[in-house]
Design a protein around this ligand. Structure first.
Ligand code: GLA
Length: 380
């Protein structure tokens, strides 16, 4: 990929650029907890975005996407927002850097990626953190790593219409080889946990289903949680985020909020505790408990939070039937992947069955990704 990017850069701009990379992410557990001030437990993976960049001495940004085989050119003022979605991510990162007092001037860039799109592996966060990290380095802005992650998150909020939490961009910036990171999304305290589950494999099965309305449905989930938190806050003013609430406090307001909001909140409160339980279990090398929690998360995401779909529920059920240790829908949901913790001796049988039975039922084969936990944003 490096070579292809530099060749294109040379062809377009007559020299080589400086190379930067960033990563997609997985999340072992802690889904839809980030915007509720709860815990998440992600790690960066060995696929991501790579970009060659160089300042060009003009007021314009000129970017070429190798994957789309398209170019975009835009200025750096608020009204210069480009048409193309992929270019908006880069424009957003420039604008959010400037809003934070950082310097950004015109530059040339060529980029490419190998994060599967729409699979729930945060290809957009990888793109944002790659450029946020690179611009910070090139223009010597000295913005700290958390703020770089927030630049990506604000890009989603302000230029892409997704009111996401901080997890994806955090993982993409802070990712470290061989480690998952538990982040408290309220205090931003985090801790690296080495993750080498001996005798197990971590594998993603991509349903290849993408739902068009995913971002509006995502924003709706967030609004339900905020509504439930606001109702609880009336009785318990210390509740800043939904994750601060005790389960019994939610019961107190059941009649005051729509049943749908109650169910969403019930899931979130349970999920925050599950992340802590999984981290404790990992410290004892107790993968059976880790796996059981993953199944509980799937149940909650499917029945209470309602972000699963027929294809993902099918993969989850099959995993259970085949004695897979843990399995659940991963990421925002509405399609994408299941993440599975599988004993090595069961791996081949499970993958073969998943491919065959999924294809027989849905008419297309799922994709299989073996996960390697890797480094996040960096200069190459
Ligand atoms: C998406 C969002 C994240 C997070 C997950 C669900 O990936 O970008 O902030 O909310 O969904 O856990």
């Amino acid at each position: 990929m490096k070579q292809k990017i530099q060749e294109k850069f040379k062809a377009l701009f007559g020299e080589e650029g400086v190379l930067y990379a960033s990563a997609g992410r997985i999340n072992l557990i802690g889904e839809h907890t980030d915007y509720n001030g709860g815990y998440v437990f992600p790690g960066a993976i060995d696929c991501g975005i790579m970009a060659a960049i160089k300042v060009n001495g003009t007021p314009k940004v000129k970017v070429f996407s190798l994957d789309y085989n398209e170019s975009a050119e835009f200025g750096l003022n608020e009204e210069d927002v480009p048409e193309k979605q992929w270019a908006r991510y880069i424009f957003g990162v420039c604008r959010e850097t400037i809003k934070r007092g950082g310097k950004v001037e015109g530059f040339n860039a060529v980029f490419a990626g190998d994060v599967p799109l729409g699979a729930g592996l945060s290809s957009s966060a990888a793109l944002e953190s790659c450029f946020a990290f690179a611009l910070n380095d090139i223009f010597g802005n000295g913005i700290d790593k958390f703020e770089l992650a927030k630049i990506g998150q604000s890009t989603e909020h302000n230029y892409c219409g997704v009111k996401c939490g901080i997890m994806d961009q955090f993982a993409s910036v802070f990712g470290k080889e061989g480690a998952l990171i538990r982040l408290n999304c309220k205090t931003l305290e985090y801790k690296y946990f080495p993750f080498h589950p001996k005798g197990y494999k971590l594998v993603l099965i991509d349903s290849c289903v993408k739902h068009e309305l995913a971002s509006s449905a995502y924003n709706k989930r967030r609004a339900s949680c905020e509504n439930a938190a606001a109702a609880i806050r009336k009785n318990h003013p210390e509740v800043e985020f939904l994750s601060d609430a005790k389960r019994v406090w939610l019961d107190e307001v059941r009649e005051q909020i729509p049943e749908e909001d109650f169910l969403r909140a019930e899931y979130v409160i349970g999920e925050v505790q599950r992340v802590l339980d999984v981290c404790d279990a990992l410290e004892r090398d107790d993968y059976e408990t880790v796996g059981e929690m993953m199944y509980q998360t799937h149940f909650g995401l499917s029945r209470l939070y309602e972000v699963s779909c027929e294809e993902l529920d099918f993969l989850n059920k099959l995993a259970r039937k085949m004695d897979v240790t843990g399995s659940r829908v991963m990421g925002g949901g509405f399609g994408g992947c299941t993440i599975n913790l599988v004993k090595e001796e069961l791996y081949d049988g499970f993958i073969a069955a998943a491919k065959e039975q999924f294809a027989a039922k849905f008419g297309h084969a799922p994709k299989i990704y073996n996960v390697v936990i890797s480094d996040g944003a960096r200069k190459l």
